[in-house]
Ligand binder design. Structure first.
Ligand SMILES: Nc1ncnc2c1ncn2[C@@H]1O[C@H](COP(=O)(O)OP(=O)(O)OP(=O)(O)O)[C@@H](O)[C@H]1O
Ligand SMILES: [Mg+2]
Length: 260
């Protein structure tokens, strides 16, 4: 199958320190490709390197054309959408203002966004800073989905959210992925199982595994080795920033936090 994105020998540094060493993988032109790995291994830095937000070297091809020397605004104009790790909505602005500011296309996909996130329509006059973590994440995703992108880069959308919201977000992302291929950084194995066809595992700034998601998730030893978490591990209870106490599905992050 043709690739929308090819990353070859990508390295990146922040403040003179190399945080991505030699990363190569490709993203098929349809569906969801998940990037996994323990905390601090370089997942976010890889996404930022693709976008030119950090100093990088190596080859990045979008639809076969090099973008690794292009400035970030050009990469965005070429159709690479970004939903950052910490949502980054304008908290002092309303939902509607946040959406309006994100529009780049002549005919933004309002209907798609409104169908995916009806709650945002109801809250259009509400200030984004007063939304829950899950609602802010939906707004951040909606901002990216308004434009017709070639590829969407989504960094840990379910982090710290209550299980019910995680399910809602995953379903919205699954719908969205019918319209645009997604490269998804995700630690929640249930979300990966639901959404991803392929996985890329990063460890120590390098790719240590690529392949079908089902194959990795079916290999308990590999999951434990790469993520330090058991695929069948019982959920770890912890509070989310949605203020809904409850069980979290197994994540590499939860396993890290549970370590003595
Ligand atoms: N702004 C920064 N300044 C200095 N070091 C940084 C900065 N951002 C990231 N790093 C370092 O780069 C490495 C990779 O970080 P990165 O955020 O890419 O990891 P990650 O896999 O996304 O982690 P997480 O699962 O916690 O989101 C880490 O060692 C981190 O400490
Ligand atoms: Mg990260």
């Amino acid at each position: 199958m043709s690739a929308v994105l090819q990353v070859e020998h990508l390295s990146a540094s922040i403040g003179g320190q190399q945080v991505v060493e030699d990363v190569s993988f490709s993203v098929p032109a349809t569906g969801v490709t998940a990037v996994l790995g323990r905390n601090g291994v370089g997942k976010t830095s890889t996404i930022k390197a693709i976008l030119g937000l950090v100093e990088r070297s190596g080859t990045v091809l979008l639809d076969g054309e090099p973008i690794d020397r292009e400035p970030t605004h050009r990469i965005v104009q070429r159709g690479v959408g970004y939903v950052p790790e910490d949502r980054e909505v304008f908290t002092a602005l309303t939902v509607e203002e946040n959406l309006r500011l994100a529009v780049r296309d002549r005919e933004p996909r309002r209907e798609l966004v409104e169908a995916l996130f009806p709650d945002l329509v109801r809250r259009s006059a509400q200030r984004a800073g007063t939304l829950s973590g899950g609602q802010q994440q939906m707004l951040s995703m909606a901002r990216a989905l308004l434009n017709r992108n070639r590829l969407l880069l989504v960094d840990e959308p379910t982090k710290g959210l209550a299980p019910k919201i995680v399910t809602e977000l995953a379903t919205a992302l699954q719908e969205a992925a019918r319209t645009v291929p997604v490269l998804l950084v995700e630690q929640n194995l249930q979300v990966i199982e639901q959404l991803a066809q392929d996985v890329v595992v990063i460890d120590g700034g390098r790719v240590v595994h690529t392949g079908p998601a089902a194959e990795l998730l079916g290999d308990e030893a590999a999951v434990r080795r790469y993520l330090g978490v058991h695929a069948e591990q019982p959920p770890t209870a912890r509070r989310s920033d949605d203020d809904a106490p409850g069980a979290q599905p197994p994540t590499a992050r939860a396993a890290e936090e549970a370590r003595p």
